[in-house]
Design a protein. Structure first.
Length: 201
């Protein structure tokens, strides 16, 4: 084989690799776009249509949906967690609690479609169950950083505060009971504050 033929063969192989990477990226982007538009469990055909590729391409790259869920999680996990991290964590207990719940509310609103899609798929996806459990633990530890006073409350109170600070509780107030953002934040802050005051007095 001549040098020209070898170079041509290598170039063709590189082109296939790049096209393959591009197709995977299009599939992941299509899945996320559909979820963010409210299609919580997109079908392979919907993903293919949105990505403007053949459905067989979706199945060729992701023969099992678990592979797709795993790659999507890897892509968005840092963004997901960064929405909860940071913020002004100084000040009194009341100030820190207010800031923490405001931060949570901002993240819950931004991530609502992804979280709802995850919940809808937990029953059939070991990958999502594992990742969801790990992320819940990270959020619990992050709340401990916001509020180190939580280390001094009873296990029952700690679990109750975790439930009140959760997405599920936020979603029930904000969507199920149609409470506004500010009112939902104030309700959550008030409930947690009451529990803490009762424990720490």
């Amino acid at each position: 084989m001549s040098d020209t033929q070898l170079a041509s063969k290598i170039g063709a192989a590189d082109g296939r690799v790049q096209r393959s990477k591009r197709s995977r990226q299009l599939i992941i982007e299509a899945m996320l776009d559909l979820i963010n538009e409210g299609v919580l469990i997109p079908t392979a055909q919907q993903v293919a249509d949105r990505a403007n590729i053949a459905i067989r391409t979706v199945f060729r790259h992701f023969s099992e949906m678990e592979q797709l869920y795993n790659e999507i999680n890897a892509r968005i996990e840092d963004y997901y967690l960064d929405l909860f991290r940071g913020g002004d964590r100084s000040g009194s207990l009341a100030q820190r609690l207010q800031h923490a719940i405001e931060r949570h509310a901002y993240a819950y609103i931004a991530l609502s479609p992804v979280i709802l899609a995850t919940h809808a798929l937990l029953w059939r996806s070991p990958v999502l169950r594992e990742k969801h459990g790990a992320n819940q633990l990270k959020l619990r530890k992050d709340l401990d950083i916001w509020l180190p006073e939580l280390n001094s409350v009873s296990p029952e109170t700690r679990e109750a505060i975790d439930a009140i600070a959760s997405f599920e509780f936020w979603h029930r107030l904000h969507v199920g009971q149609a409470k506004g953002e500010a009112e939902s934040i104030n309700l959550i802050v008030g409930l947690i504050s009451n529990l803490l005051v009762a424990e720490l007095k």
